[in-house]
Ligand binder design. Structure first.
Ligand code: C5P
Length: 218
């Protein structure tokens, strides 16, 4: 039997990360934050002075990355970098490096390797469409763009960072467009995915909805 996967795809700041992580914890499954891998590549490229537009060289950088997720920290070639990759700048860089088909191909196996017993919850943009097309449960987790902008704004303020609501809103709209209109693995709501719209939902409610759907899958 194949190792079970729950694929959670959706736009930026929809709450995918928090929800997918909690679902994984509840089930005792592994968790893959695939966006972090694209962020790591944007970060590695910047450190090596490789442009985010240079697909072929980025694919090489991607192939050479050594990534470890451990106890809430992310290591790139042995160095803890989670603080660095969480910035808005690296979110933007991630969405730019992610448009290159060569890059996506170079990162495919890295992502598939997270599929380990007893199971995996993976979040991103193409978990259900490309990386784990045979996922037992596919979820499309979303929220209205204004709600997502407000959540991102609150998060930044809470971290003590400066934030401007309208700038965040415009950035999110741009990222949504780039992620859904690219030709290689665009963000899409798959016909066989469970729609979870968290605009008027708490994280706990979204988690409960997914766990409920999971019980019906097994
Ligand atoms: O989820 P997160 O905001 O960390 O992802 C950053 C960017 O990485 C996204 O805007 C998207 O362009 C890209 N990404 C992707 N495929 C994934 C996960 C993230 O293209 N599976």
């Amino acid at each position: 039997p194949t190792i079970p996967v729950i694929a959670v795809d959706g736009p930026s700041a929809s709450g995918k990360g928090s929800v997918a992580d909690r679902v994984a914890q509840q089930l005792g499954f592994h968790y893959l934050d695939s966006g972090a891998i694209y962020r790591l590549l944007a970060y590695a490229a910047q450190a090596q002075q490789v442009a985010w537009s240079d697909g072929p060289v980025l694919a090489q950088v991607a192939a050479e990355m050594h990534i470890q997720f451990e106890a809430g920290e992310i290591y790139l070639n042995g160095i803890a970098v989670s603080q660095h990759i969480r910035s808005e700048q690296m979110g933007k860089g991630a969405s730019e490096v992610a448009v290159h088909p060569d890059v996506r191909k170079a990162l495919l196996q890295t992502q598939k390797n997270f599929r380990q017993l007893p199971g995996l919850v993976a979040d991103g943009r193409d978990m259900g469409s490309v990386v784990f097309p045979d996922a037992r449960l596919k979820v499309f987790l979303t929220a209205g763009v204004e709600t997502r902008a407000q959540r991102r704004f609150d998060q930044l303020i809470q971290r003590g960072e400066q934030a401007d609501f309208n700038t965040i809103l415009e950035d999110l709209k741009q990222r949504d467009l780039r992620d859904s209109q690219r030709t290689s693995a665009p963000l899409q709501q798959l016909p066989d995915a469970l729609l979870v719209d968290t605009t008027h939902m708490t994280i706990a409610q979204a988690v409960a909805m997914i766990l409920d759907a999971w019980k019906k899958c097994i």
